[in-house]
Write a protein that binds this ligand. Structure first.
Ligand SMILES: C[S@@+](CC[C@H](N)C(=O)[O-])C[C@H]1O[C@@H](n2cnc3c(N)ncnc32)[C@H](O)[C@@H]1O
Length: 245
């Protein structure tokens, strides 16, 4: 785990008038669309350029939007970007130069949505484990978009009794991404499926083609690991082979 860095927090009203529209990638746009209402704090973790958080700020998705990254220069750049804006909305932003695993959620009252995208599923598992261990009684939902290790991440969510709220599959620049929204209050109603569920039930031609291609690629990936015999992934291969589209 990365060590905790000194927290650097700024606070200012956000004002979107008179500036250039920032373009979101297809993947970030999909994540942005999956963010509903009712959160007090939304955390764009591992934010890098901060584009996702800025889009959420623009639409005032929550009263408080937080930008978190462990690299000081990135957070300074995001801060400089945010300071250029001016307007009259009630949404506020804060930047935090911090390890995502060490965010002090208990210093902020209300319902949290933690978004973690663009890093590995193993790192996201570590973050989610650390966050829920430190704050077992807080109201925290997660939307994650790992770059790999989706199956292991879903296993983590299942162990932590996180239930599925929503999920999506996105293809961007020839690469597939799963986006998974979980909530521990959903665990009874909708346990998370280890290989995903919703995107295998696509009804549009594009959705079906995309799902078929993703399934094929994923199976090839795990079958190669299976043949290498260094790691037992038989249960993963079986689970993907059982999918029908
Ligand atoms: C590839 S970028 C992802 C940017 C954006 N979230 C996206 O999906 O396009 C990964 C970012 O994670 C940040 N990062 C890596 N480990 C971190 C940690 N432990 N805590 C916070 N940020 C971290 C890196 O500094 C980098 O900016």
């Amino acid at each position: 785990m990365l060590g905790e860095m000194q927290v650097k927090v700024y606070n200012a009203p956000f004002f979107p008038s008179g500036r250039q529209q920032l373009k979101l990638s297809k993947r970030l746009k999909q994540i942005e669309q999956m963010v509903g209402n009712g959160y007090d704090h939304i955390w764009d973790c591992c934010c890098d350029h901060g584009l996702l958080g800025i889009a959420l700020l623009e639409r005032q998705a929550a009263p408080h939007i937080h930008f978190v990254d462990i690299v000081p220069e990135l957070i300074s750049n995001v801060e400089a970007k945010l300071q250029k804006f001016d307007s009259k909305t009630q949404s506020h932003w804060q930047v935090h130069c911090l390890d995502t695993a060490a965010i002090p959620f208990d210093h902020y009252h209300g319902k949290h949505l933690v978004i973690i995208a663009g890093v590995g599923g193993d790192l996201i598992s570590m973050f989610v484990n650390a966050i829920l261990k430190q704050h077992p009684n807080l109201n925290i939902e997660f939307i994650v978009c790992p770059v790999h290790h989706q199956f292991a991440l879903r296993e983590t969510f299942r162990c932590l009794q996180q239930g599925l709220v929503d999920e999506a599959l996105i293809k961007e620049n020839g690469r597939f991404y799963e986006i998974i929204h979980v909530d521990n209050r959903q665990a009874q109603q909708k346990p998370i499926n280890l290989v995903g569920e919703k995107f295998w039930q696509a009804t549009s031609t594009e959705g079906i083609e995309s799902a078929k291609e993703y399934l094929k690629k994923t199976l090839v990936h795990y079958q190669k690991i299976q043949q290498g015999q260094k790691k037992n992934v038989d249960h993963i291969v079986d689970a993907y082979q059982a999918i029908t589209i």
